[in-house]
Design a protein around this ligand. Structure first.
Ligand SMILES: C[S@@+](CC[C@H](N)C(=O)[O-])C[C@H]1O[C@@H](n2cnc3c(N)ncnc32)[C@H](O)[C@@H]1O
Length: 316
Protein backbone atom coordinates (compact mmCIF):
# COMPACT_ATOMS: atom_id res chain seq x y z
CA UNK A 1 0.00 0.00 0.00
CA UNK A 2 1.24 3.47 -0.82
CA UNK A 3 2.19 5.85 1.95
CA UNK A 4 0.08 8.98 2.43
CA UNK A 5 3.07 11.15 1.61
CA UNK A 6 3.46 9.50 -1.78
CA UNK A 7 -0.21 9.95 -2.50
CA UNK A 8 0.15 13.69 -2.58
CA UNK A 9 2.22 13.81 -5.73
CA UNK A 10 1.08 14.50 -9.25
CA UNK A 11 2.84 13.84 -12.53
CA UNK A 12 3.75 16.53 -14.96
CA UNK A 13 2.49 15.67 -18.46
CA UNK A 14 5.17 17.73 -20.15
CA UNK A 15 7.87 15.93 -18.18
CA UNK A 16 6.38 12.57 -17.13
CA UNK A 17 9.28 11.67 -14.90
CA UNK A 18 8.84 14.79 -12.84
CA UNK A 19 6.49 14.67 -9.86
CA UNK A 20 5.03 17.89 -8.56
CA UNK A 21 3.71 18.41 -5.04
CA UNK A 22 0.04 19.22 -4.73
CA UNK A 23 -0.72 22.39 -2.82
CA UNK A 24 -2.86 21.89 0.24
CA UNK A 25 -6.11 23.65 -0.67
CA UNK A 26 -8.77 21.71 -2.53
CA UNK A 27 -9.21 24.18 -5.39
CA UNK A 28 -5.65 23.52 -6.24
CA UNK A 29 -6.22 19.75 -6.33
CA UNK A 30 -9.00 20.20 -8.90
CA UNK A 31 -6.83 22.51 -10.94
CA UNK A 32 -3.92 20.10 -10.71
CA UNK A 33 -6.11 17.18 -11.74
CA UNK A 34 -7.49 18.99 -14.76
CA UNK A 35 -4.14 20.28 -15.91
CA UNK A 36 -2.08 17.19 -15.16
CA UNK A 37 -4.58 14.59 -16.37
CA UNK A 38 -4.06 11.87 -13.79
CA UNK A 39 -3.21 12.28 -10.12
CA UNK A 40 -1.49 9.39 -8.41
CA UNK A 41 -3.36 8.49 -5.24
CA UNK A 42 -6.29 6.94 -3.44
CA UNK A 43 -9.54 8.28 -4.83
CA UNK A 44 -11.25 8.01 -1.46
CA UNK A 45 -8.90 10.62 -0.05
CA UNK A 46 -8.63 12.75 -3.19
CA UNK A 47 -12.39 12.93 -3.80
CA UNK A 48 -12.79 14.37 -0.32
CA UNK A 49 -10.50 17.22 -1.32
CA UNK A 50 -12.50 18.31 -4.37
CA UNK A 51 -14.54 21.49 -3.84
CA UNK A 52 -18.29 21.05 -3.39
CA UNK A 53 -20.35 21.42 -6.59
CA UNK A 54 -17.32 21.48 -8.85
CA UNK A 55 -17.84 18.48 -11.15
CA UNK A 56 -20.33 18.04 -14.00
CA UNK A 57 -19.75 14.34 -14.56
CA UNK A 58 -18.05 11.49 -12.78
CA UNK A 59 -17.71 8.82 -15.44
CA UNK A 60 -16.00 5.74 -14.11
CA UNK A 61 -15.48 2.03 -14.13
CA UNK A 62 -14.33 0.99 -10.65
CA UNK A 63 -12.68 -2.36 -9.96
CA UNK A 64 -15.41 -5.00 -10.07
CA UNK A 65 -15.91 -7.32 -7.15
CA UNK A 66 -13.16 -9.90 -6.86
CA UNK A 67 -12.51 -9.73 -10.56
CA UNK A 68 -8.96 -8.51 -10.92
CA UNK A 69 -5.69 -9.26 -9.26
CA UNK A 70 -5.01 -5.56 -8.66
CA UNK A 71 -7.77 -5.04 -6.13
CA UNK A 72 -9.68 -7.95 -4.68
CA UNK A 73 -12.89 -6.74 -3.13
CA UNK A 74 -15.21 -9.52 -2.02
CA UNK A 75 -18.73 -8.98 -3.40
CA UNK A 76 -20.18 -9.28 0.11
CA UNK A 77 -18.10 -6.23 1.10
CA UNK A 78 -18.40 -4.33 -2.16
CA UNK A 79 -21.12 -1.86 -1.14
CA UNK A 80 -19.31 -0.93 2.08
CA UNK A 81 -16.09 -0.51 0.10
CA UNK A 82 -17.69 1.72 -2.54
CA UNK A 83 -19.85 4.01 -0.40
CA UNK A 84 -17.07 6.37 0.76
CA UNK A 85 -16.16 7.00 -2.91
CA UNK A 86 -19.86 7.58 -3.71
CA UNK A 87 -20.14 10.05 -0.83
CA UNK A 88 -17.07 11.96 -2.05
CA UNK A 89 -18.46 12.13 -5.58
CA UNK A 90 -21.87 13.20 -4.30
CA UNK A 91 -20.41 16.14 -2.41
CA UNK A 92 -18.32 17.27 -5.38
CA UNK A 93 -21.07 17.00 -8.01
CA UNK A 94 -22.95 20.05 -9.26
CA UNK A 95 -26.74 20.15 -8.85
CA UNK A 96 -27.08 19.42 -12.59
CA UNK A 97 -24.26 16.85 -12.50
CA UNK A 98 -24.18 13.08 -12.74
CA UNK A 99 -22.38 9.92 -11.80
CA UNK A 100 -22.23 7.40 -14.63
CA UNK A 101 -20.98 4.07 -13.37
CA UNK A 102 -19.90 1.09 -15.46
CA UNK A 103 -20.10 -2.15 -13.49
CA UNK A 104 -20.55 -5.82 -14.15
CA UNK A 105 -22.22 -8.82 -12.56
CA UNK A 106 -20.19 -11.76 -11.38
CA UNK A 107 -20.80 -15.32 -10.32
CA UNK A 108 -20.09 -16.07 -6.64
CA UNK A 109 -17.19 -18.47 -6.43
CA UNK A 110 -17.69 -19.35 -2.78
CA UNK A 111 -20.18 -19.07 0.07
CA UNK A 112 -23.89 -19.92 0.06
CA UNK A 113 -24.42 -18.27 -3.36
CA UNK A 114 -21.59 -20.22 -5.01
CA UNK A 115 -22.41 -20.77 -8.68
CA UNK A 116 -25.15 -18.10 -8.73
CA UNK A 117 -25.07 -14.51 -9.83
CA UNK A 118 -24.06 -12.38 -6.85
CA UNK A 119 -26.47 -9.46 -6.19
CA UNK A 120 -23.76 -6.91 -5.34
CA UNK A 121 -24.52 -4.66 -8.33
CA UNK A 122 -28.18 -4.36 -7.37
CA UNK A 123 -27.32 -3.86 -3.69
CA UNK A 124 -24.99 -1.05 -4.73
CA UNK A 125 -27.64 0.65 -6.86
CA UNK A 126 -30.08 0.63 -3.96
CA UNK A 127 -27.43 1.92 -1.56
CA UNK A 128 -26.53 4.78 -3.91
CA UNK A 129 -30.19 5.70 -4.26
CA UNK A 130 -30.49 5.61 -0.49
CA UNK A 131 -27.51 7.98 -0.26
CA UNK A 132 -29.41 10.53 -2.34
CA UNK A 133 -28.21 9.78 -5.85
CA UNK A 134 -31.18 9.83 -8.23
CA UNK A 135 -31.29 6.65 -10.29
CA UNK A 136 -32.01 7.99 -13.77
CA UNK A 137 -31.36 5.05 -16.05
CA UNK A 138 -29.81 1.63 -16.45
CA UNK A 139 -27.96 1.16 -19.72
CA UNK A 140 -26.76 -2.11 -21.13
CA UNK A 141 -23.34 -1.96 -22.73
CA UNK A 142 -23.67 -4.73 -25.31
CA UNK A 143 -20.39 -6.23 -26.48
CA UNK A 144 -20.83 -7.83 -29.88
CA UNK A 145 -17.33 -9.30 -29.74
CA UNK A 146 -17.38 -10.72 -26.17
CA UNK A 147 -14.89 -13.53 -25.75
CA UNK A 148 -16.21 -17.05 -25.04
CA UNK A 149 -15.03 -18.82 -21.90
CA UNK A 150 -16.08 -21.35 -19.30
CA UNK A 151 -19.10 -19.80 -17.61
CA UNK A 152 -20.96 -22.92 -16.36
CA UNK A 153 -24.63 -23.37 -17.28
CA UNK A 154 -24.93 -20.00 -18.97
CA UNK A 155 -23.89 -18.20 -22.13
CA UNK A 156 -20.82 -15.98 -22.30
CA UNK A 157 -20.95 -12.58 -20.61
CA UNK A 158 -21.69 -10.20 -23.44
CA UNK A 159 -22.95 -7.14 -21.59
CA UNK A 160 -22.12 -4.87 -18.69
CA UNK A 161 -24.23 -2.30 -16.89
CA UNK A 162 -23.83 1.45 -17.06
CA UNK A 163 -25.89 3.22 -14.38
CA UNK A 164 -26.74 6.88 -14.64
CA UNK A 165 -27.29 8.62 -11.30
CA UNK A 166 -27.99 12.32 -10.95
CA UNK A 167 -27.28 14.69 -8.09
CA UNK A 168 -30.48 16.71 -8.53
CA UNK A 169 -33.87 16.65 -10.26
CA UNK A 170 -32.71 18.40 -13.44
CA UNK A 171 -29.52 16.71 -14.62
CA UNK A 172 -27.78 17.87 -17.77
CA UNK A 173 -28.61 15.41 -20.55
CA UNK A 174 -28.13 16.03 -24.27
CA UNK A 175 -29.97 13.35 -26.19
CA UNK A 176 -29.28 15.15 -29.46
CA UNK A 177 -25.55 14.62 -28.96
CA UNK A 178 -25.94 10.83 -29.15
CA UNK A 179 -28.65 10.42 -31.75
CA UNK A 180 -28.09 7.77 -34.41
CA UNK A 181 -29.21 7.59 -38.06
CA UNK A 182 -32.81 6.53 -38.64
CA UNK A 183 -33.30 2.95 -39.70
CA UNK A 184 -36.19 3.85 -42.02
CA UNK A 185 -35.27 4.71 -45.58
CA UNK A 186 -35.50 8.26 -46.92
CA UNK A 187 -38.82 7.74 -48.71
CA UNK A 188 -40.43 6.45 -45.53
CA UNK A 189 -39.02 9.33 -43.49
CA UNK A 190 -40.35 11.82 -46.05
CA UNK A 191 -43.74 10.14 -45.96
CA UNK A 192 -43.91 10.22 -42.16
CA UNK A 193 -42.92 13.90 -42.07
CA UNK A 194 -45.96 14.67 -44.25
CA UNK A 195 -48.26 12.52 -42.15
CA UNK A 196 -50.75 14.80 -40.46
CA UNK A 197 -52.72 12.06 -38.78
CA UNK A 198 -50.28 11.76 -35.92
CA UNK A 199 -50.99 8.65 -33.91
CA UNK A 200 -50.87 5.60 -36.13
CA UNK A 201 -54.04 3.65 -36.11
CA UNK A 202 -53.64 -0.06 -35.71
CA UNK A 203 -56.15 -2.85 -35.58
CA UNK A 204 -55.40 -3.18 -31.89
CA UNK A 205 -56.25 0.47 -31.38
CA UNK A 206 -52.90 1.73 -30.22
CA UNK A 207 -49.63 2.86 -31.71
CA UNK A 208 -47.08 5.59 -31.25
CA UNK A 209 -47.18 8.90 -33.03
CA UNK A 210 -44.04 8.64 -35.14
CA UNK A 211 -44.55 11.80 -37.14
CA UNK A 212 -42.66 14.04 -34.75
CA UNK A 213 -39.76 11.70 -34.14
CA UNK A 214 -38.81 12.05 -37.79
CA UNK A 215 -38.53 15.80 -37.42
CA UNK A 216 -35.65 15.49 -34.99
CA UNK A 217 -32.98 14.71 -37.57
CA UNK A 218 -31.85 11.40 -36.14
CA UNK A 219 -33.08 8.62 -33.89
CA UNK A 220 -33.00 8.15 -30.13
CA UNK A 221 -30.30 5.48 -29.64
CA UNK A 222 -32.12 3.66 -26.83
CA UNK A 223 -30.57 2.36 -23.65
CA UNK A 224 -28.70 -0.58 -25.14
CA UNK A 225 -25.36 0.82 -26.21
CA UNK A 226 -23.46 -1.52 -28.49
CA UNK A 227 -19.72 -0.96 -28.45
CA UNK A 228 -17.13 -3.62 -29.28
CA UNK A 229 -14.77 -4.39 -26.44
CA UNK A 230 -11.21 -3.39 -27.22
CA UNK A 231 -8.58 -5.86 -26.16
CA UNK A 232 -5.94 -3.29 -25.45
CA UNK A 233 -3.61 -5.58 -23.56
CA UNK A 234 -2.62 -7.01 -26.91
CA UNK A 235 -1.94 -3.59 -28.38
CA UNK A 236 0.59 -2.15 -26.02
CA UNK A 237 -1.86 -0.42 -23.70
CA UNK A 238 -0.73 -1.62 -20.33
CA UNK A 239 -4.07 -2.06 -18.63
CA UNK A 240 -6.11 -5.25 -18.65
CA UNK A 241 -9.43 -3.51 -18.02
CA UNK A 242 -9.33 -0.42 -20.23
CA UNK A 243 -12.72 0.42 -21.69
CA UNK A 244 -13.33 1.19 -25.37
CA UNK A 245 -13.43 4.85 -26.22
CA UNK A 246 -16.87 4.48 -27.83
CA UNK A 247 -18.39 3.76 -24.44
CA UNK A 248 -16.81 6.79 -22.83
CA UNK A 249 -17.73 8.94 -25.80
CA UNK A 250 -21.43 8.09 -25.62
CA UNK A 251 -21.84 8.97 -21.94
CA UNK A 252 -19.54 12.00 -21.92
CA UNK A 253 -21.41 13.50 -24.86
CA UNK A 254 -24.82 12.83 -23.32
CA UNK A 255 -24.18 13.62 -19.67
CA UNK A 256 -21.71 16.54 -19.65
CA UNK A 257 -21.68 19.91 -21.39
CA UNK A 258 -18.87 21.08 -23.66
CA UNK A 259 -16.47 22.93 -21.37
CA UNK A 260 -17.73 21.03 -18.32
CA UNK A 261 -15.62 19.20 -15.75
CA UNK A 262 -15.34 15.41 -16.09
CA UNK A 263 -13.52 13.33 -13.47
CA UNK A 264 -12.77 9.60 -13.44
CA UNK A 265 -11.76 8.62 -9.88
CA UNK A 266 -10.68 5.13 -11.05
CA UNK A 267 -8.85 6.38 -14.10
CA UNK A 268 -6.91 3.24 -15.03
CA UNK A 269 -5.20 3.99 -18.32
CA UNK A 270 -7.13 7.29 -18.62
CA UNK A 271 -9.61 6.42 -21.37
CA UNK A 272 -12.17 8.81 -19.85
CA UNK A 273 -9.66 11.65 -19.67
CA UNK A 274 -8.44 11.26 -23.26
CA UNK A 275 -11.93 11.00 -24.73
CA UNK A 276 -13.38 13.83 -22.61
CA UNK A 277 -10.55 16.18 -23.54
CA UNK A 278 -11.01 15.33 -27.18
CA UNK A 279 -14.67 16.26 -26.75
CA UNK A 280 -13.63 19.64 -25.32
CA UNK A 281 -14.38 18.96 -21.66
CA UNK A 282 -11.94 19.71 -18.83
CA UNK A 283 -10.98 16.27 -17.62
CA UNK A 284 -8.78 14.47 -15.15
CA UNK A 285 -8.69 11.42 -12.96
CA UNK A 286 -7.21 9.61 -9.98
CA UNK A 287 -5.38 6.32 -10.08
CA UNK A 288 -3.83 4.36 -7.25
CA UNK A 289 -1.37 2.27 -9.24
CA UNK A 290 1.76 4.01 -10.34
CA UNK A 291 2.21 2.06 -13.58
CA UNK A 292 -1.34 2.92 -14.71
CA UNK A 293 -0.73 6.60 -13.96
CA UNK A 294 2.25 6.49 -16.27
CA UNK A 295 0.28 4.62 -18.91
CA UNK A 296 -2.57 7.13 -18.63
CA UNK A 297 -0.23 10.07 -19.01
CA UNK A 298 1.39 8.43 -22.02
CA UNK A 299 -2.02 8.01 -23.64
CA UNK A 300 -3.10 11.56 -22.77
CA UNK A 301 0.05 12.98 -24.30
CA UNK A 302 -0.33 10.87 -27.44
CA UNK A 303 -4.18 11.12 -27.52
CA UNK A 304 -4.54 7.34 -27.65
CA UNK A 305 -7.85 6.21 -26.21
CA UNK A 306 -8.33 2.89 -27.87
CA UNK A 307 -6.98 0.09 -29.94
CA UNK A 308 -9.02 -0.65 -33.06
CA UNK A 309 -11.96 -2.59 -31.67
CA UNK A 310 -14.02 -5.45 -32.92
CA UNK A 311 -11.44 -8.14 -33.21
CA UNK A 312 -8.64 -9.68 -31.21
CA UNK A 313 -5.14 -8.76 -32.20
CA UNK A 314 -2.45 -10.82 -30.58
CA UNK A 315 1.02 -9.47 -30.01
CA UNK A 316 3.63 -11.22 -32.09
C1 LIG B 1 -11.61 -1.06 -14.20
S1 LIG B 1 -10.14 -0.15 -14.00
C2 LIG B 1 -10.47 1.35 -14.89
C3 LIG B 1 -10.08 1.26 -16.32
C4 LIG B 1 -10.30 2.56 -17.05
N1 LIG B 1 -11.71 2.84 -17.25
C5 LIG B 1 -9.59 2.55 -18.41
O1 LIG B 1 -10.26 2.62 -19.46
O2 LIG B 1 -8.38 2.40 -18.43
C6 LIG B 1 -10.19 0.40 -12.33
C7 LIG B 1 -8.98 1.16 -11.86
O3 LIG B 1 -9.20 1.66 -10.54
C8 LIG B 1 -7.94 1.70 -9.89
N2 LIG B 1 -8.19 1.81 -8.44
C9 LIG B 1 -8.55 0.84 -7.57
N3 LIG B 1 -8.71 1.35 -6.33
C10 LIG B 1 -8.46 2.68 -6.41
C11 LIG B 1 -8.47 3.75 -5.49
N4 LIG B 1 -8.79 3.55 -4.20
N5 LIG B 1 -8.15 4.98 -5.92
C12 LIG B 1 -7.83 5.22 -7.23
N6 LIG B 1 -7.79 4.23 -8.16
C13 LIG B 1 -8.12 2.98 -7.76
C14 LIG B 1 -7.28 0.41 -10.32
O4 LIG B 1 -5.86 0.47 -10.16
C15 LIG B 1 -7.71 0.32 -11.78
O5 LIG B 1 -6.73 0.87 -12.64
Amino acid sequence: MLKKQQLRLAYDVAAPNRVVPIAKDSNSLLHQTLTTGVIHGDAEQLLGELPPSSVDLFFTSPPYADARAYSRIHPDRYVDWFLPFARGMYNATRSTGSLVLNIKNRVANKGPLKGQRHPYVYQLVLALQHMGWRWIETYIWAKPNAVPGKFGPRTKDSFEYVYHFARGPKPYFDLDAVRVPYKADEAEIARRKMDKLGRRSTDAGFGRDRTKTYLLGAADPGNVVSVPQSYNQYRGVAHTAAMPEGLAEFFIKAASPVGGVVIDPFAGAATTVVVARRLRRSAGGFEIHHQFVEEGLRRITADIADAPAGYLVRAV
